[in-house]
Ligand binder design. Structure first.
Ligand code: ATP
Ligand code: CA
Ligand code: CA
Length: 432
């Protein structure tokens, strides 16, 4: 999360990479958006376009601060995906504009991926392994079709797939996706659930030193927690999860998890009161004192919306023309929250707990299925590698995707119940 992340400024080791990523995104996305919309063709799924940026600029690309190459994959597919997920095209560009630098969450997982948050905290850039990149391209059509049929999918929403490379540097593949967590609310507990118990324990002793840590399955069970959804939400949630997992099983995907951030409405946002401002560096500019949106405890105001609209007009002026239908004709309030249109993100960007008769509960869950680009063959390979190294039985049990998915659904379904239902079950058990 941005709160624990490092700001990427000029002094940061990954400044150039982050700058190049944003510059490339901005250029390629506005290039595609500038064209008239059209239906997708099969070729759109395989499409890739390469651009060279340098400090002087050329007939194709504007000048940039650094020399680098940028590759844009399936731009039309992602344009359509962004539209399915109801992102405002101009809003997306403003959020990822290189003027506002990202914050970095250095490799939280074992995979070596880096995570960058857009400054407004709406989007995450995740660097991915080449194998994951190739795999996403391979399954893009299946993913696209699934999303068309299931706009309320719990799977990560992918908005772009790109690659950057600096001279003599290595190729860095990355995706842009939704940040499940909200900019304006504290997340009091985070869990990453897989439905497995092997190695799925965050050491409770370390929680004091790291209160924001992501906890796992065993921590969840130890706390006897539930996803508290009454009949209507429970049914919708489980049905969607089953559909999403079916797709993952069919594509032989493994190792994904349900990420759950819990906002306790009674605790509210008190922890966010501290440290409201942070120095934000702008490329080529002076350090400016800027509010960090995620550290403020309010929804973005009308004032901010109009500032955004101003920036947007400025941007449109200084860039290639954007056709009228691409610019926003929506009112600021609608522009704020495209998430409201999606069932599992309807309650202030999340999904509020309910009681027995669908009466609203005390928590808001921010949840989704993440890390869904690991193909079974990769797990197998990693397992062999680790086994070979340690020459012992591996701790990772690479069960096939079919069983992984069934176990996942079984676990999550079993913990999806209201407080009342959980208490009833406990009384019944005690009576026996
Ligand atoms: P590994 O393969 O070792 O599990 P990874 O590098 O593939 O790690 P992920 O599992 O995708 O990383 O994510 C690691 C953590 O980053 C998650 O537990 C979560 O805290 C955060 N994270 C990932 N994706 C999102 C998202 N879409 N929204 C919010 N937080 C996220
Ligand atoms: Ca993971
Ligand atoms: Ca992973």
């Amino acid at each position: 999360r941005v709160v624990v992340g490092t700001k990427v400024d000029q002094h940061h080791v990954n400044w150039v990479t982050a700058y190049n990523m944003l510059t490339g995104i901005r250029f390629t996305v506005s290039r595609t958006n500038a064209k008239m919309d059209r239906d997708l063709t099969d070729a759109d799924f395989d499409a890739k376009h390469k651009f060279s940026f340098d400090i002087t600029g050329n007939e194709l690309t504007p000048s940039a601060k650094y020399d680098f190459k940028f590759k844009d994959y399936a731009p039309w597919v992602f344009r359509h995906l962004r539209s399915t997920f109801k992102l405002d095209p101009a809003d997306y560009l403003v959020s990822l504009t290189s003027k506002y630098i990202l914050s970095e969450l250095g490799s939280p997982g074992k995979s070596g991926s880096f995570f960058y948050f857009s400054r407004d905290y709406k989007y995450i850039i995740k660097t991915i392994h080449h194998a994951e990149h190739k795999f996403l391209r391979k399954i893009l059509k299946d993913y696209y079709n699934h999303v068309q049929e299931n706009p309320n999918t719990l799977l990560s929403q992918f908005y772009g797939l790109h690659r950057v490379k600096i001279p003599y540097g290595r190729k860095i593949h990355f995706v842009v996706m939704n940040n499940l967590f909200p900019p304006h609310r504290d997340i009091h507990r985070t869990f990453d659930l897989k439905g497995s118990t092997i190695g799925r324990d965050f050491k409770e002793e370390e929680l004091a030193a790291n209160p924001r840590a992501t906890l796992k399955d065993l921590n969840w069970l130890r706390r006897d927690l539930h996803l508290e959804f009454g009949p209507t939400k429970k049914k919708m949630f489980i049905e969607q999860m089953q559909k999403d997992v079916k797709l993952l099983q069919r594509l032989h995907i493994m190792d994904y998890s349900l990420l759950v951030g819990i906002h306790d409405l009674e605790k509210g946002n008190e922890e966010n009161l501290r440290d409201k401002t942070l120095k934000v560096f702008q490329p080529g500019g002076e350090a400016a004192e800027e509010p960090q949106p995620n550290m403020l405890m309010r929804t973005p105001s009308k004032l901010e919306a109009s500032r955004k609209a101003r920036e947007l007009r400025q941007m449109v002026k200084t860039q290639k023309p954007v056709p009228m239908e691409q610019t926003s004709s929506k009112m600021p309030d609608e522009l704020q929250d495209p998430k409201r249109n999606f069932y599992f993100y309807q309650d202030d960007g999340g999904f509020q707990a309910t009681h027995e008769h669908d009466v609203p509960g005390e928590e808001i869950y921010y949840l989704g299925i993440i890390d869904c680009l690991t193909h079974y063959s990769l797990i197998k390979r990693m397992e062999h590698f680790i086994k070979g190294l340690a020459n012992t039985e591996s701790q990772i049990s690479a069960i096939p995707p079919e069983r992984y998915g069934d176990r996942f659904v079984k676990f999550i379904s079993a913990v999806t119940k209201t407080k009342e239902a959980a208490e009833r079950e406990k009384r019944q058990e005690a009576a026996h």
